[in-house]
Write a protein that binds this ligand. Structure first.
Ligand code: 2P0
Length: 364
């Protein structure tokens, strides 16, 4: 007998934190030790495209990530997202007889990144944002991005920030349940449309230590980290929100670089120490310092996540000479990826997840 296949395809963007998330206070619920703030990058350049479907003919919940199959029920992170959304759909179906009972069907999810996975380019952020959004839309759930962020957070913390465009904070929350640990938009992209980023992939290789285990080691062993979460980040979050509201690039840039440096200092203060930066990363830091010294003010800001790749923030008005300087230096560097040699300007995105297609896709 012919079976319907229900499907929804979405794309979700990468976000790059300027105040870093690092540390969990509850590992099970993925609750952070501090709030964080990020900027959402344009999907023209970096995105995950994810298609979720369900059908009576599917035998188990399965994810194909960049072509590799994974049993969703074997992954706590994946299954918590699917099961929470499925139970909401189940309740809706109970209340509304005309709804197809698709909560009873297994899901197939296919996800593709157009950038290196697990190389410090926030692939899990775009990945879990797209995963959550695709299933929510497959189930026709009309949730706000903040409501969905609570689900995506349980897949991967940074994913909750990829449900919004523009400038986004993840408020750590206070409740043990995690109900108030969600993402909110600080400002939309139109507020500061001149913001640009250049991505320099120092190495596309998979990182040595995952963020999840790295941050747990830092929480367990770093005294500097305790100072950071108690006495530094709360004030820095306020200052960063104000800098964004005022479109004050110098303050934004100085906070961004300082926070990146402190995050990597906490990694170094971990036992055993964690090294995400490499010689290329450090060379990029020196280039940015030289650009700012030559300009006589802070016109560019570097930041690095859990990997050696650099993300450089600047304003469109300074774009040509900053990109020229990055190009000039990268020409002489040995062993850099092509995109580090040719850094280009990436815009900030105005929307987060977008529906590419949805509905009943075929009958099998
Ligand atoms: C961030 N990072 O704020 C920080 C900066 C890396 C350095 O969020 O364990 O992959 O899945 O919640 O979200 C990377 O951590 O960790 C991260 P999990 P996630 O973007």
């Amino acid at each position: 007998m012919a079976e319907k296949v229900y499907q929804c395809t979405v794309s979700a963007p990468v976000n790059i934190a300027v105040i870093k998330y690092w540390g969990k206070r509850d590992v099970g619920l993925n609750l952070p030790t501090n709030s964080s703030l990020s900027v959402t990058l344009s999907q023209d350049d970096l995105r995950t495209v994810t298609s979720a479907s369900c059908s009576k003919s599917f035998e188990k919940d399965t994810l194909w990530l960049n072509g590799h199959a994974e049993d969703i029920s074997a992954s706590k992170r994946l299954s918590v997202c699917v099961e929470e959304l499925r139970s909401v759909r189940r309740e809706l179906e109970k209340e509304n007889d005309s709804m197809d009972k698709i909560s009873q069907l297994k899901v197939h999810v296919v996800s593709i990144n157009n950038f290196p996975t697990a190389a410090g380019l926030a692939s899990s952020a775009a990945g879990y944002a797209a995963f959550t959004e695709a299933i929510a839309r497959l189930y026709d759930l009309t949730w706000t991005p903040t409501e969905l962020s609570r689900i995506a957070r349980q897949g991967s913390g940074s994913a909750c920030r990829s449900l919004f465009g523009g400038y986004v904070s993840w408020e750590m929350g206070e409740l043990h349940s995690g109900a108030d640990s969600v993402a909110v938009q600080v400002e939309p992209v139109e507020h500061w449309p001149e913001m640009r980023v250049a991505i320099m992939v120092a190495s596309a290789a998979k990182k040595g230590i995952s963020s999840t285990s790295g941050m747990q080691a830092t929480v367990a062993s770093s005294t500097l980290f305790q100072e950071r979460i108690k006495n530094i980040v709360p004030g820095r979050m306020q200052a960063m929100k104000q800098a964004i509201r005022n479109r004050d690039f110098e303050t934004f840039a100085k906070l961004t670089m300082t926070d990146s440096n402190q995050f990597h200092a906490c990694c170094l203060d971990t036992l055993p120490p964690i090294f995400y930066l490499n010689d290329t990363s450090r060379a990029i830091i020196r280039v940015i310092e030289n650009i700012n010294a030559a300009a006589g003010k802070t016109v560019a800001a570097y930041t690095f996540d859990a990997g050696p790749n650099a993300v450089v923030y600047f304003l469109e008005e300074n774009s040509s000479y900053i990109l020229d300087a990055l190009h000039a230096v990268s020409k002489h560097a040995e062993g850099w990826e092509e995109s580090a040699r040719n850094p280009t300007s990436v815009k900030i995105d105005d929307v987060a997840s977008e529906t590419v297609s949805s509905g009943v896709s075929r009958v099998i």
